[in-house]
Ligand binder design. Structure first.
Ligand code: NOJ
Length: 972
């Protein structure tokens, strides 16, 4: 083992710093509850819906659920089931006593008494129009209430009264069951009753934290285990838990569904694993508790930096999903049960059922149900609720060069010049925390960055940008106006006793801006104005890091859960949303900054490490501190695919690996993979050696340059895919199950993917020394090598040669791909470059593809300043045509189209061209002008014969047609 590998394998997450389920009181209690319920044949779930309380009015059902406690008291839980126009249903459960504030807090706490009910204010932005068509059905079985809803009234919610449970059906077939296993648990408020301490038994002292609870919880009699109800300690910190036990849990079953995806962010396979032990399975639930997990490990359900409590279940030709809207710490157990082949059952297609158990520490029970049937229906409905990815500026989807740190402004200028010298394209250079004066954000170190504006102006000469880091911890030091204001205006997060909370991060002693506070956000917004954050200009954008928040001396490297935020919500209530609120404020700040100065304001760009459902509206995320090791390169692909199907497709991983020094081979392969990350940034730890692409030396520098150029050439396709994401939530890189939802063999595949809707199929090499790649083709279609048109035929697995200079990358027949082939220094300089259209003919002989284009920076597209074209080739008429797809026009349409008049198609390449064209040297071309077709022109058609294994292809050089207008090219 060489030195590097040894170093990497020594790096390991410190498990002892993070809780296991057994060490987390509420997780442990709920697992024990489940064990008890599932092992007791006479288990009677204690929740029932009082039929007399049920009302159904205009798409919303309300009622009261009664919980019978172990001491036979009745706890009232108000229930709402809402049916939305989109076909989404929502089940919400609260607790009356807490809702009314009718509880007592311990430790003289000032915390809010209610269950947190503001998650929706952050996460939900649309899709909640109540359905007018939803109706109660008379043919409900006794003891149930049935609601018929959704598109063409194909959906049904069958609500069982005793014990309470809901079955969701589509076309009469059950898709999702709530509380079918009786694990619904809403821990009601009760006062602490001090009991004599239990006598110590021998060996008790050796038990680890949390283990007593495990032991007590497994008692079949289920006398309630109170050992973790109140003050709870971990790693030397005690959580005062002033409201006592308050968890919410529910089992959600997907009958007949073998695969589930989602609950990002975890470093593991796309298709989620079972979590209750056994061969190749996890023994811990998937955890969602945004954390700065130092040296995180692969193939693990451990929590990471962000949380998206959205899950899809998939089986042949059917996808359904749930969204668990809860911002508190959450754990999800997954088990799969094989149902025996019962001829009377309707569970055709799969005999495996996936059962999940969702457990949150606090808050409402609030779950959204999506009934599909296609993956895009589910993702579309989820993103209609939580918002679509903002259409980024074009630079943001080009290449970003980062490291911790570029050390001076001259260093930045030098790197900028070197990229040019080596003719390597890049758009953005980044500054990590060292640019500041002593880690005081919004300042520049005067010794190392004396001239930030000069630096930014140099970047701007080639339309390049700067991204500077701004973290949420504010240094606690005199003579720093920002901290003075933060304190005097009382805008920081508070301790449990309501005084300002102080903790440790990069600057040492720090305070944390509370972006839940409207006043705090307003203040934050002001800090980014050009006259405040001096040294910045229009080409400067922001990176929000450490926003879980990361607190070096806090419990599990974050804030104490009993800290208080705006309106006295406990940190526990909203932890997973915390990171998103900072990015939201930064996004608004960038918007405001430009609005003040300039009408033609540009779209913000913010990168975040921490995120929640809805963060996709605000910018990009990356997977945090990975390692310069092959397994981390490999893991990046399923992780990013998972983000894509979780509604947050603008995602990337540190190219090259953050910790450690990659070998040149690894670095090269990482760039080849990174060229397919929706967010494409090279980054490295401060202790690593410099690794800008031009330093690698030949042949590496050249190979990396080719990968970067490939990204730049395909920017029109990437941008169009981003546009699609911005209006429908569709993933940008797409796993097999998403593209081929009927192909059961591909449901677990997560190491290859399609780019947008273009049939572009990539499988980057992620293993050392590998020179060939097996690619799985799901359908009976022709696939061509992107570079040399070598032809493969699906279905099945094909082997593609992959020496170091080659990326396994295929084009599926039937698509038209827009490209810009001229190498430039940055994407901004490609604005008026001509296009190449690659027409890929498959089995049917037809092909189509789209192109969305706008100025790539402003909001003019909202006023119609864009073009949207559909290109199609019909074999029946041998004609390629360009049609308008624009949904609407506006006051900027004319101006934009006028600007684009000079942008032409410079080349049309037809791959898999029909042999009949051979020797027929011309095509006939006509353009639309003022609603009429121009006189036909003839243009040469170059023919290239089939070579062994490779397809025939033809080229129309310089057809001269405009990219933004209508035209036809008639082939022979
Ligand atoms: C942690 C981030 O994950 C990393 O990318 C960054 O370089 C360091 N913080 C320093 O800011």
């Amino acid at each position: 083992m060489d030195e590097l590998l040894a170093a990497v394998s020594r790096m390991m997450v410190k498990h002892e710093n993070f809780k296991t389920c057994a060490q987390s009181g509420f997780c442990n209690r709920n697992r024990a509850y489940a064990d008890n319920a599932l092992s007791t044949s006479k288990w009677a779930a204690p929740y029932s819906l009082d039929p007399a309380s049920v009302r159904f009015d205009k798409g919303v059902l309300t009622g009261t659920i009664s919980k019978k406690t172990t001491t036979n008291e009745i706890v009232r839980l108000p229930l709402t089931v809402a049916f939305y126009e989109s076909g989404t249903a929502r089940v919400t459960l609260d607790e009356e006593k807490r809702q009314k504030g009718d509880i007592e807090l311990r430790h003289a706490s000032k915390a809010k008494k209610q269950r947190y009910n503001e998650a929706e204010q952050w996460a939900i932005v649309g899709g909640t129009t109540i359905s007018t068509g939803a109706a109660t059905s008379k043919d409900a079985e006794k003891g149930t209430t049935k609601i018929v809803y959704g598109p063409a009234s194909k959906f049904e919610a069958v609500i069982r009264h005793v014990p309470f449970g809901v079955e969701f059906k589509r076309d009469g077939e059950t898709q999702i069951k709530l509380n079918d296993r009786g694990l619904l648990n809403m821990e009601h408020w009760r006062p602490k009753v001090d009991k004599p301490a239990p006598e110590k038994k021998e060996g008790d002292d050796e038990k680890k934290e949390g283990e007593e609870a495990m032991a007590a919880g497994s008692d079949k009699e289920m006398a309630e285990d109170e050992s973790t109800w109140w003050d709870e300690s971990f790693g030397g910190n005690t959580d005062s838990k002033p409201r006592g036990p308050e968890s919410v849990a529910l089992d959600i079953e997907f009958p007949g569904y073998e695969h589930v995806y989602g609950v990002a962010e975890h470093a593991g396979p796309l298709s989620l694993k079972e979590t209750r032990g056994g061969d190749g399975k996890y023994s811990e639930p998937y955890r969602l508790y945004n954390s700065d997990v130092f040296e995180y490990e692969m193939d693990s359900p451990m929590t990471l930096y962000g949380a998206i409590p959205f899950m899809q279940a998939h089986k042949k030709d059917s996808t359904v999903g749930v969204f668990w809207l809860n911002a508190a710490e959450t754990w999800v157990d997954i088990t799969k049960a094989t149902t025996s082949a019962n001829p009377l059952s309707f569970g055709i297609g799969s005999s495996v059922t996936t059962q999940t158990h969702w457990i949150s520490e606090a808050g409402l029970l609030d779950v959204f149900i999506f009934l599909g049937p296609k993956p895009q229906d589910v993702i579309g409905a989820y993103t209609e609720l939580t918002g679509y990815t903002q259409l980024p500026q074009q630079f943001a989807i080009a290449y970003h060069q980062c490291r911790w740190n570029y050390v001076t402004d001259e260093d930045v200028r030098d790197v900028d010049r070197k990229f040019d010298k080596y003719k390597i394209p890049y758009d953005v250079i980044w500054l990590d925390i060292e640019y500041t004066e002593g880690k005081k954000y919004f300042t520049w170190d005067p010794m190392t960055f004396p001239d930030p504006l000069g630096m930014n102006k140099q970047l701007d000469e080639h339309e390049r940008k700067l991204v500077a880091i701004i973290d949420p911890h504010i240094k606690n030091e005199g003579n720093y106006p920002i901290v003075e204001e933060l304190k005097s205006k009382d805008l920081a997060v508070h301790n449990k006793d309501d005084t300002i909370y102080e903790g440790w991060c990069w600057p040492g002693s720090s305070y944390w801006i509370d972006c839940f506070s409207p006043k705090g956000r307003e203040w934050w917004k002001g800090l980014f104005r050009y006259d405040k954050f001096k040294g910045t200009m229009k080409n400067v954008f922001i990176w929000n890091d450490m926003n879980e928040p990361s607190v070096f001396n806090g419990p599990e490297t974050t804030m104490p859960k009993d800290n208080l935020h705006h309106d006295h919500w406990e940190h526990r209530d909203l932890h997973n949303i915390n990171g998103m609120t900072l990015v939201n404020a930064t996004y608004d700040a960038l918007l405001a900054r430009d609005k003040v100065e300039d009408k033609h304001h540009v779209r913000p760009f913010v990168l975040t490490r921490s995120f929640y459902s809805g963060s996709q509206r605000l910018g990009a995320m990356w997977t945090g501190d990975n390692q310069a090791a092959w397994p981390h390169l490999e893991a990046s692909i399923p992780m990013l695919l998972s983000m894509g199907v979780s509604g947050f497709p603008f995602a990337g991983a540190d190219v090259g690996g953050f910790f450690g020094n990659p070998s040149k081979e690894l670095l090269t392969r990482w760039y080849q993979a990174g060229a397919f990350y929706p967010f494409f940034r090279g980054h490295a730890h401060i202790d690593t050696r410099r690794r800008e692409p031009y330093l690698a030396g030949e042949p590496y520098t050249e190979i990396i340059t080719q990968a970067l150029r490939l990204r730049y050439a395909l920017l029109p396709a990437w941008y169009t895919a981003f546009h699609e994401a911005s209006v429908s939530g569709a993933p940008i890189i797409r796993p097999n199950y998403y593209v081929h939802p009927g192909d059961e063999k591909g449901f677990g595949i997560d190491d290859q993917f399609y780019l947008g809707s273009y049939g572009l199929l990539a499988k980057p090499v992620t293993k050392e020394g590998q020179e060939g790649q097996d690619i799985y083709l799901a359908d009976k279609e022709k696939y061509y090598d992107y570079f040399d048109f070598w032809t493969y035929e699906g279905p099945g697995t094909v082997n593609v040669a992959a020496p170091l200079d080659t990326i396994p990358f295929l084009m599926q027949g039937g698509h038209i791909i827009p490209r810009r082939d001229r190498p430039r220094r940055s994407s901004g300089l490609m604005r008026y470059d001509p296009f190449t259209l690659v027409v890929v003919l498959g089995n049917s002989g037809d092909a189509e593809g789209t192109l969305y284009l706008d100025d790539g920076e402003s909001f003019d597209f909202q006023d119609g300043g864009y073009l949207h074209r559909r290109f199609s080739y019909a074999s029946s008429t041998s004609t390629l045509m360009s049609e308008d797809l624009a949904a609407s026009t506006g006051k900027k349409t004319k101006e934009y189209l006028k600007q684009m008049e000079k942008v032409r198609v410079e080349k049309v390449i037809i791959v898999g061209a029909p042999a009949a064209w051979k020797g027929k040297g011309e095509v006939e071309l006509s353009e639309e002008q003022g609603g009429k077709s121009s006189a036909a022109r003839k243009v040469a058609l170059d023919w290239h014969d089939k070579e062994e294994g490779k397809a025939a292809w033809a080229v129309v050089r310089d057809p001269g047609v405009q990219i933004g207008s209508g035209w036809k090219i008639a082939f022979p």
